[in-house]
Design a protein around this ligand. Sequence first.
Ligand SMILES: [Zn+2]
Length: 333
Amino acid sequence: MSTYLSFDIGGTKVASGFVTLPQPLNGEQEPVVTNRCEIPTEASRGGDDLKARIVALAAQQLERASAEGIAIAGIGIAAAGVPDSETGVIVSATDILPGWRGQHIYDAFAEITDLPVRMIGDVGAHGLGEASYGAGRNSDVVLSIGVGTGIGGAIVMHGELFTGAHGVAGHAGHVPSALGQGFLCSCGTREGHIEPVASGTGLKDLYNHRCEELSAADKPAPVSSGAEVASRAAAGEQLACSVLADSAHALGECIGGMGNLIDPDVIVISGSVVKAGALWWDALRAGFTDSALALVKPTPLVEGELGGDAPLIGAAAAIDRYVRANHMEPSKA
Ligand SMILES: [Zn+2]
């Protein structure tokens, strides 16, 4: 049985916990996350400051483990931005995390511990968690799509995260969709990506845009979130229903295209927007069926099972795989 120290570094908070991975041979099915704690990211303090506070948190967590007699076999990190898993350097990061790009994370951890450390992207970690221990377990090829504030994705093949030539693979929000034309995407384009009309923020923007086009007489008040679009749709408001259905249908078409390219065993959908209700899911599946090839159409689209723990569990899965591949298990050290 192996327990890992995991981190999930996001734009607003850094979460940490001890993740004990299940031993299927012993009949265990689910990973267990304990000793959770989190600190605010406070991104405005800069990348150096953030890195220092993460390492201090790691030192605290390792002390806690040793005080409680818990053997930690390695450290897994799910990081915002595009990390290089080989060198431990953050290759790219958005303006949400100023000064995060260029940080040497493995070097910083090496100053406080000899334990092996593995870092992957947070969206990839989410997908790896779901593929290994969540809705995609027992499947060989898993496409994981996260639909929340933004839209991200991950491709997991035979337990391994596929990251592509530049660590960019899986950017599911930045695929073309006619519905997105004219809407500003987080990547900077207005040419028509799916994210700015199908993420939680996108639902809000699409609704408010269509709202503007209505005549004053039948114009509803603008919404402040995607969740509000979902709740208005649940209450039967026509504009909200059509926005939710059009958005989900367009996203489903995009996912159908990804399905045709990858041919996964299962497609796992997670994130806040999956709670938008049956109307959203039905439209998503209809869009998927419209664009998927005959052999791809039956691919199940299922909801993720791990919730907010997915990145911590995926980070643990990444370090577990690394430790095993390099025969670094504590018992063999
Ligand atoms: Zn984009």
